[in-house]
Design a protein around this ligand. Structure first.
Ligand SMILES: *[C@@H]1O[C@H](CO)[C@@H](O)[C@H](O)[C@H]1NC(C)=O
Ligand SMILES: CC(=O)N[C@H]1CO[C@H](CO)[C@@H](O)[C@@H]1O
Length: 630
């Protein structure tokens, strides 16, 4: 470790005792020289017995000497590289509703990230359960037992993907894998766990026996409802604990369950609030330098993703500028022709790459790796490095109970009052400097924008094998509601203090400003679309021409623009891996969205910013809240 308190991502150490080795090596060298001198001097005269044997021996020794010199190159200057100093990575998994997001789905995501190919002592996983569901806690407890078998199994047989469900689905016949016996055993174990959890979920409560399995369940004694309960915090696996070992005796990643305190009279700010509570709590527990966040419906499909992301952060040229690395997402639930156009194909394959060229993609709330300092409001300056400050383990010398008690306070609903955290749920006001931004239905996008405005860059990474796979909305209403939220949120950003149009002026590149505006303009573009879809057809009935006759020369630009634009759009869609029918569906849905989602999004945004409606809530098919069902 350098005297200035940081260590590089990996460390290069010169081997100890080099001087001694070199002295030793020189002594051998001298010895060899002497041997050669002896051979040369004492060659038998011509005609004497054994002259040629002697010369042969001399040649052989000469050869060996040369060879020896070469071997010295392999020993003279040895360095050893240690990966020990990889930064600590903390993974936040967010869930909000055990009905929409069944506990089995949540723990599959958790297990897939627990099994990342990364040193387990450097990995911690936090599950933020905004519903504070006892069943989810129970599922996580079961998953922590299963992980003791699952992690070694994955690492031993290099299993991909590491979400058990996806893995077992991908293998239809146990005889297809080499390790048939182990496969059958682990699958059985998984199914037992699934049955147990399934039964509990169906009943909606736990039996006394299940509750007696862990002292953590006592925290539900004071639980009155999903919107009214104490902070629930439980460190299920403490990575430092010498007893927390997998079946092969290796350490396990730390695993923490957190449900922030909720009281009816306090806003809890949904996902952003949960993330901010997590950020405060994790500082006391693991305090890693990288925060990785995934939604609970999005499992990791590639165990190497952490290392992939670190490549960008540790890059010698540009690494110090990178605030976050956003991965693309894949969807397992879309049909071949994407009937609701919900895979965001062109966005992922084309548009985000365009943003990346202008300074970095948006932060889309999942599948993202953050430099922790940037989430805590750090500005980019010359002192930022691609090296990682070594933080002392915050846990040292504190018992687990004390640690839990200390951390719990940080997730209470009054903690944020009069602090720099988050900020109230209203627009046009000063967003604070710390944590994720509140008051916007797309808290992720506005958070990413504010980070970029502080001088940071972001990186978009879209590997061939999708690193994260989630579920897309599978019904038309879900699709439309999701787009209403996005359109409304992005439009609100335009009106907010953090507007990409003026706040960002001069802070981010002009191209990136326009890129953000593109998303912000979704909502208002409903009017032009509605006008175009209604008025010309009415006038057609009246017989008033609004477009040039096909015989007129003015017809050419219209025909050209329309046909060229559509051909390009089709080509782009096909190039992104879509189908012709998929493109057609996308066009269809595009019209639906523009005439409904965007219109409602626009109206709601205006009402909200005029102060008529203040329920700034988050709706997603993934993270939803009680009010959503309304
Ligand atoms: C997910 O990972 C598996 C295994 O590596 C791979 O075969 C599959 O193509 C990946 N899925 C996607 C959508 O990339
Ligand atoms: C989680 C989820 O919605 N799964 C659905 C994905 O789509 C297939 C059909 O395409 C359904 O069978 C799954 O239930």
């Amino acid at each position: 470790m350098g005297s200035d308190g940081y260590v590089p991502l990996f460390e290069t150490k010169k081997v100890k005792g080099r001087v001694i080795y070199r002295l030793f090596s020189v002594s051998i060298f001298v010895g060899i020289r002497l041997i050669l001198v002896y051979r040369f001097k004492c060659i038998p005269r011509e005609g004497e017995d054994g002259r040629w044997v002697w010369i042969g021996l001399f040649a052989a020794e000469l050869w060996f000497s040369l060879f020896w010199v070469c071997t010295q190159a392999l020993r003279w200057n040895r360095v050893y590289r240690y990966e020990d100093d990889l930064p600590k990575v903390d993974i936040f998994v967010c869930t909000a509703d055990p009905m929409i997001e069944p506990p089995m789905m949540v723990i599959n995501t958790v297990l897939s990230v627990l099994a990342y190919d990364y040193p387990t002592q450097k990995l911690s996983v936090y599950l933020s359960d905004d519903a504070g569901s006892e069943i989810t806690f129970y599922a996580l407890l079961e998953a922590s037992h299963f992980a003791k078998e699952w992690i070694p199994y994955c690492k031993k047989f290099r299993v991909e993907p590491r979400s058990p469900e996806a893995y077992f689905l991908s293998i239809s016949d146990p005889n297809d894998v080499k390790e048939t016996k182990e496969f059958v055993a682990i699958k059985k174990l998984y199914e037992d766990m699934e049955n147990q959890i399934g039964r509990a979920a169906k009943l909606g409560r736990l039996s006394g026996e299940q509750q007696s399995k862990h002292k953590g369940f006592s925290q539900w004694d004071s639980y009155s409802s999903i919107r009214d309960h104490d902070t629930i915090l439980q460190i299920l696996v403490d990575g430092r604990d010498p007893n927390a070992r997998d079946i092969e005796g290796r350490s396990l990643p730390t695993l923490v369950y957190l449900a922030q305190e909720k009281r009816p009279q306090h806003p809890h700010n949904f996902k952003a609030g949960a993330m901010n509570a997590l950020i405060r709590v994790y500082e006391k527990i693991s305090n890693g330098q990288i925060i990785h966040n995934v939604d609970c419906d999005m499992y990791s499909n590639d165990s190497q993703s952490v290392r992939d992301a670190l490549c960008f952060f540790m890059d010698e040229e540009k690494g110090q500028e990178v605030a976050f690395v956003q991965f693309s997402e894949g969807f397992k639930n879309v049909t071949k022709n994407e009937i609701y156009g919900s895979s965001f194909r062109v966005g992922m394959e084309v548009e985000f790459h365009g943003l990346d060229g202008n300074g970095g993609p948006l932060y889309i709330g999942t599948g993202c790796f953050h430099r922790r300092d940037t989430l805590c409001g750090r500005k980019f300056d010359k002192e930022c490095t691609n090296r990682w400050y070594m933080k002392n383990d915050p846990r040292s010398e504190v018992s687990l109970q004390e640690l839990e008690a200390k951390s719990k306070v940080l997730a209470s609903c009054t903690y944020e009052e009069n602090t720099q955290w988050g900020k109230e749920a209203s627009l046009f006001l000063t967003f604070s400097n710390t944590g994720l931004k509140y008051g916007c239905p797309v808290e992720d996008v506005i958070t990413g924008l504010s980070i970029q405005c502080k001088g940071w860059k972001s990186v978009y990474f879209n590997p061939e094998t999708k690193a994260f796979i989630g579920v897309a909305p599978i019904t038309l209403p879900q699709t439309l509601v999701q787009h209403k939220r996005w359109a409304e949120g992005n439009f609100l950003i335009l009106l907010s203090k953090y507007s990409p149009a003026w706040y960002a002026l001069g802070k981010i590149s002009f191209g990136l400003q326009l890129g953000y505006c593109h998303y912000s303009f979704w909502a208002p573009s409903c009017f032009a679309t509605l006008y175009f879809s209604i008025v010309p057809s009415l006038y057609l009935l009246k017989g008033t021409p609004l477009f040039p006759q096909s015989s007129s020369l003015w017809f050419v630009p219209f025909a050209y623009v329309i046909s060229a634009k559509y051909s390009y759009s089709l080509a782009e869609f096909l190039w992104s891996g879509g189908t012709i029918l998929g493109w057609w569906n996308e066009q269809r849905i595009w019209l639906y969205k523009r005439t409904s989602s965007y219109l409602f999004g626009f109206i709601d945004a205006i009402l909200k910013s005029a102060g008529f409606s203040d329920q700034a809530f988050v709706i997603t098919a993934k993270v939803a809240d009680e009010d959503v069902s309304e």
